[in-house]
Structure formats: C-alpha cells, structure tokens
Design a protein around this ligand. Structure first.
Ligand code: NAP
Length: 295
C-alpha cells in the first residue's frame, strides 16, 4: 500500500506556483489576486477560508477576505458579487458555501463572472468542462486529478466507481474520469442514495472515489484487492481528547481498508490540501487571462 500524500503533493504544487508568481513579478506583471467571501460564522467554513487566505500569502498571491453577517440579504450579497466582478485588481473569487437559507445559492453562483469563477461552479464552467473546453475545473475534482497525475498513475481502461453525485464533487469527478484524457479514460459507475448492491459494485472498482459525507462508510469487504481508494469525505466528530474538541473522519474506514489498497488517501492530509492547491492553480490561470483544462 502506498499513501497518496495530498499534504506533500499540495506543498510541491505551491512551491511551483511560488516560482511562477516570482517570474510574473520579475517581468513586471501584477501578482495573482484571489478574493474570498464568507457569510456567517460556520466553524468549518471559517477554517477552510482561513487556510485559503494563508496559502495565498505563502505562494505570493494577494488576497482579500470579505466577511459578511449571516443576516445579509440576497440582494446585498449579489451586489457584493457584482462589485468583485467589476474590480479589475481581483483575478478570481469564491463565495464560500453553504450560504444562509434566505439566500439562493444557485443565484449567487450564477452571478459570478465566468472569467473569475475559480471555484468552477458557474453553469458556463460546468458546461465547458463537460465539453472538454478550456475552463476552471471545480477545485476538489481538479485536486484529485492532480494527485493521480503527480503519482503517475495511469488510469486508462480502469473501472472507476464514484460514490456520491453532488454538483461539486461526485458528478464532475465522474465526468472527468470518463473523458479521453490522462487521468481519465475510465469506465465510470456513479453510486448514489437510490443505488443498490453497493458491495458488488465497489468490488469491481479499480479506482474508488468516495464523496458521501458518511464517516467510515467504506469497509474492507467493499474494496477489491489492489484498488486505488480516494477519500473525499470530511466529517467533524466530537472528540474531547483534542484541543479543538473534534477530529476529522473520512468516508473510508482507513484502518480497515488500507491494507487491501495499492494506493489510498488519508484524512486529513489527502484530498483536502489538494483542493486548496487547485484553487490556487485556477487563480494563477485567471491572472494570466486564460483558462485551462488539465491534459
Ligand atoms: N476534501 C475536500 O476538499 C472536500 C470538498 C468538498 C466536499 N468534501 C466532503 O466530501 C463529502 C461529500 O461532499 P458533497 O458536497 O459531495 O456532499 P453532498 O452534496 O451531501 O452529496 C453526497 C452524495 O452522497 C450520496 N449519498 C449520501 N449517503 C449515501 C448512502 N448512504 N448511500 C449512497 N449514496 C449516498 C448522496 O446521494 P443523493 O444524491 O441520492 O442524495 C449525494 O449524491 C463531505 O464529507 C464533504 O465534507 C470534502
């Protein structure tokens, strides 16, 4: 079993980005500028956004953090998005989800200018991804592709089973793994809450990508000998022995499954850091005025 070390790989990617930012600066170009909008005080969202901002500084990006109260109206948030769309100094921005219930997330997602949509959630970005046109890929699936690529895993002809079909992880992941690219060229099965025969389906997986939000759902009897297992899940569970009061669990029972795998991602330290690194890659592309698909 080999660990797919997202923490180390993301750190390598940040080092590459840092070099490119220094080159931009040397050649008289402005450094990339990412803005993040956070609404309310959800603990997990605060942590993600704080990491994003911190890592911008590490690679030499400029960053702007906009904190808004959870009582904000949809109209006021849309005005904020419009202002970021029109702010020429900002190359890309994200609106951290989830949003409070008075706000229609889809409306906000669609209000982001596609050329600044470094989260890759806008329908135009998603449509281009499906068609294989240059675009910003959604950060988590893009991070997984980057991880597979950096470990030089050739996926052609493999059976990839994706557990989960959300708009931000499962669905785009399944589309990307089926494309005529490397990583890609897989035969893909998508499993969701209405699917049946989980054990049989998972046991056919050469690559199992799990994005359910169900801690330790995947057990060893669901995994084929030698499979590649990628765990996207992150759930905070109470743990009084930790300073933070919680620990993070993935959707895969790592202790039970790891021995059977050829490769496996840990949680934390797997897909999470790769997601942020890929957001930085999208922002770098945005600052260069071009969108790119990974080959
Ligand atoms: N590492 C990262 O950077 C990162 C990024 C994003 C998300 N995440 C984590 O990844 C997990 C999934 O996130 P998400 O946004 O994709 O979640 P989501 O929107 O809640 O989607 C979960 C998906 O799993 C399916 N599902 C749930 N329980 C199931 C079950 N028992 N059997 C079969 N299918 C089931 C749902 O099916 P239906 O469609 O039928 O309801 C849905 O498609 C969460 O833990 C989240 O925190 C991590």
């Amino acid at each position: 079993m080999q660990l797919l070390d997202g923490k180390k790989t993301a750190s390598d990617i940040r080092a590459d980005i840092k070099v490119q930012v220094a080159e931009l600066k040397e050649n008289g170009f402005k450094v990339p500028h990412l803005a993040a909008v956070i609404v309310g005080d959800d603990g997990a969202s605060q942590t993600y956004v704080a990491s994003k901002v911190k890592q911008c500084a590490e690679v030499g990006f400029e960053s702007t953090l906009i904190k808004l109260p959870d009582t904000i109206s949809e109209e006021a948030l849309l005005a904020q998005v419009e202002s970021l769309n029109n702010n020429e100094s900002i190359d890309g921005f994200i609106v951290q989800l989830p949003l409070p219930e008075q706000i229609d997330e889809q409306k906000v997602t669609e209000a982001v200018a596609p050329e600044k949509d470094v989260d890759g959630f806008h329908p135009e970005s998603v449509g281009k991804m499906v068609l294989g046109l240059p675009t910003y890929l959604p950060a988590t699936p893009y991070g997984i592709l980057n991880l597979i690529d950096r470990y030089n895993i050739k996926t052609e002809g493999m059976h990839c089973v994706v557990l989960g079909r959300s708009n931000i992880v499962g669905s785009p992941m399944s589309i990307l793994m089926a494309r005529n690219t490397q990583p890609g060229n897989c035969t893909v099965t998508v499993y969701h809450s209405r699917s049946k025969n989980i054990r049989t389906i998972c046991n056919q997986a050469d690559i199992l990508i799990v994005a359910l939000g169900r801690p330790e759902f995947v057990k060893s009897e669901m995994v084929k000998e030698g499979a590649i297992v990628i765990d996207v899940g992150i759930t905070r569970v109470k743990d009084s022995t930790k300073k933070s009061g919680y620990r993070l669990l993935g959707d895969v029972d790592f202790g039970d499954v790891a021995e059977k795998c050829s490769y496996i991602t840990p949680v934390p330290g797997g897909v999470g850091p790769m997601t942020i690194a890929s957001l930085l890659l999208n922002t770098l592309q945005a600052s260069k005025g071009k969108r790119a698909v990974v080959a």
